[in-house]
Design a protein. Sequence first.
Lengths: 272, 301
Amino acid sequence: MVTATSERALPSVASVCRTRAGVELKEFFRQRESVVFTLMFPVILLLVFGAVLNYDLGSGVSFTQYFMAGVIAAGILGASLQNMAIGIATERSDGTLKGLAGTPMPKSAYFVGKVAQVFVVTVAIVVILLVIGVAFYGIDPPSGTDWLTFAWVAALGSAACTLLGIAVSSLARNGRSASATVTPVALVLQFISGVFFQFSQVPTWLQTVASVFPLKWMAQGLRSVFLPDALAASEPAGTWELGRVALVLGIWCVVGLALCVRTFRWQDRGDG
Amino acid sequence: MTRTPAATAPGDVRPATPLDPDAAISVRGLVKRYGGSAAVAGLDLDIRRGEIVALLGPTGAGKTTTVEILEGYRHRDGGDVRVLGVDPATGGRQWKADLGIVLQSGAGASQLTCLELLRAQAAYFPDPRDPAEVLELVGLTEKAGARGRTLSGGQRRRLDVALGIVGRPRLLFLDEPTTGFDPEARRQFWALIRSLRDLGTTMLLTTHYLDEAEELADRVGVIARGRLVEVAVPAELGGRGQAPAVVHWTEDGVRRTAETATPTAFVRELAGRFPGEVPDLAVARPTLEDVYLQMIGDPRQ
């Protein structure tokens, strides 16, 4: 058997991952649409809702405080699920993925690059929203163990939604059809998951629907960070249910990963 | 059955011939089915190292399917394939490091500049070319700082070629690389391919342009109905070398035509009949287009 391939040493996986992370960050921050929709949309929502719906929820808590948790959850959803579903569907239909699959790039490096993009965008959204909330709407920044809760809810929710977004990208024909499908679904989820309204005001059957998806649990987990514990009484279970938040988001991580492994394609359907 | 060495009879590969382990590409009995019909129906091909082979064939003849199986994008349903000694179905990163692929579809619109795209691509390969030199090679130096999405069609195709060669491939696949080029850009591209050949790069090119195949390829293969009908040097394809020449001239005010196997003797004899120049003299061989159209012509053949 003649070994015909040359024995030139391949670049390390770590160095290719760094290259991909750089590519993904440039692709995101140089595209006006993605910056406006993913990064600025939650900020605009916070400014508008914070100005219009600044009413009192009782116990000296304003709706803006309630909304803070919801808009951060919605921001994470946009940076992970919507961003991945639309971005990867676009790259699949325009041939970018196929081109990469023909190079010696380790496939894992592609996903590491995407995760780096989601991470940086998520941190940027959270920081901007917190700064605006603290500066203009009298939000108390999280303190002590609240930071810990904040970190794991955001990380677990982001991971679940990133995996789901990668899986959903395979269902769409191209980026535009992914956007047309995912954006309305995300909007409906925001309405029924306690982002724009108090979750307790949502009809029970819609609460049940919302409870299937990660957004409701992210918002609930983040409310435990921004609201005084007295308000836990107005949650459906009467507590913040942090254990269940972790459980549901964890299950979505497993389901999302399984879907990704089974459905991810480097080319268009019917193209191999 | 005796083995036919590919070096002495490159166009005459029989199904029973074993794979050529030293060839850049060696294919035996390749089959690919979509639904019930076979897009590739028993294709054989050998490409030597350092050679440029062009594949011609009508749309739907199986060119792109064949090339994408060789590139590792598609699974085959039958036959044996070796590309640089490796079965593409199992080729890993080390194997891909020796390939350059310019897809028909090209790469997508990017927010990165040409130079950034080439630098990123180079970072996947063990021994890449200098991205700035590659831009120079494809004539995009002044577009180094332009974002991928702002390029014209022809410029983007040149960027695709640049991305295909930046990894210093030993084998380069070019699937319809000059579609959308103006004549001048095609000439520049041809010069680029020749300079890559001089560097020892093996190339498999598919094209719709017969002049491009004739200009660039050491050998031309014609694919029709999922099979390689013939592969030969361009001047010999379809028996062109042996085909009778056609001589045209004007005599007594009448346009005359004659077919002859010995055009030189014929013209010498003709010249003796005229005191000066033979009026409207022309000697023609069948063009590559003539023999190509004949080879793909009748689907019932």
